[in-house]
Design a binder for this molecule. Structure first.
Ligand code: PEP
Length: 244
């Protein structure tokens, strides 16, 4: 079970990537000695391939089923992922909420099943643009976190991902990210909070300075080695500086 020391950068490849891209990326990261600093949330076929081929990278899943096993065509269980030595799983990403109708109760059940199979779940929350424009981000996220985590008595992380920031190139102001982090910590004081939404090499350093933030969940930029390397380095630099 993963309790401490989770990598600070989560690479969410979504339904992107090839064997060639993975091979190039692993080479690039190894040459910088950064292969252990990222959780690679790859599409399922690439996870199986990476498990066999690369023992030096940390793998994560983008989803798992809420049931242990059974007649669920096209689905993947936590137990199957556990056999591939995967210990992290992103759950409730907004794209799954939107396209697969995932709800907070379902995501919570997935987290419980994942934990029972040895996982550290990373639970995604975040408000729409409409909610943001009304100034209701913190209360919206607080409700999501409460619904997802009430009575959970095992380790998990929260990924705060404003829906309108994902893939758009537009970010909240840094103080707004900090406000949401603070409100998550009021509900769940000791948990790790990641931020996700248009993180790239140009803004990683500023984001890494957000008080209370643990790390970042990166989509588009995680498909480019140089971007990913810069993001990891920004977090390393800020973490080293703040621990001196
Ligand atoms: C994501 O995949 O959750 C994400 C934040 O994507 P992007 O970094 O491309 O905005």
């Amino acid at each position: 079970m993963v309790k401490n020391g989770a990598p600070k950068v989560i690479a969410n490849w979504k339904m992107n990537g090839t064997l060639d891209l993975l091979s190039t990326m692993v080479d690039d990261l190894s040459s910088e000695n950064l292969d252990h600093n990222i959780i690679f949330c790859l599409p399922f076929p690439l996870l199986g391939y990476a498990f066999v081929k690369y023992s030096n990278i940390i793998l994560g899943a983008q989803d798992c089923h809420e049931q242990e096993h059974g007649a669920f065509t096209g689905c993947t269980s936590a137990q199957m992922l556990n056999e591939l030595n995967i210990r992290y799983v992103v759950l409730g990403h907004s794209e799954r909420r939107l396209h697969c109708n995932e709800t907070n109760p379902l995501i919570k059940q997935k987290a419980i099943t994942a934990f029972q199979n040895g996982f550290f779940p990373i639970l995604c929350v975040g408000e729409s643009l409409d909610v943001y424009n009304k100034g209701d981000s913190t209360s919206f996220v607080a409700n999501q976190v409460k619904e997802l985590t009430s009575d959970l008595d095992f380790p998990y992380a929260i990924a705060y991902e404003p829906l309108w920031s994902i893939g758009s190139g537009i970010l909240p102001k840094m103080h707004e990210i900090v406000e949401v982090i603070n409100c998550v910590h009021e509900i769940a004081p000791d948990i790790k909070v990641y931020y996700g939404g248009s993180v790239n090499s140009a803004n990683a350093f500023d984001i890494a300075h957000c008080k209370g933030l643990y790390g970042v969940l990166v989509g588009g930029a995680s498909l480019k080695s140089d971007e990913l390397i810069s993001i990891v380095k920004a977090f390393d630099q800020v973490t080293q500086h703040s621990s001196n």
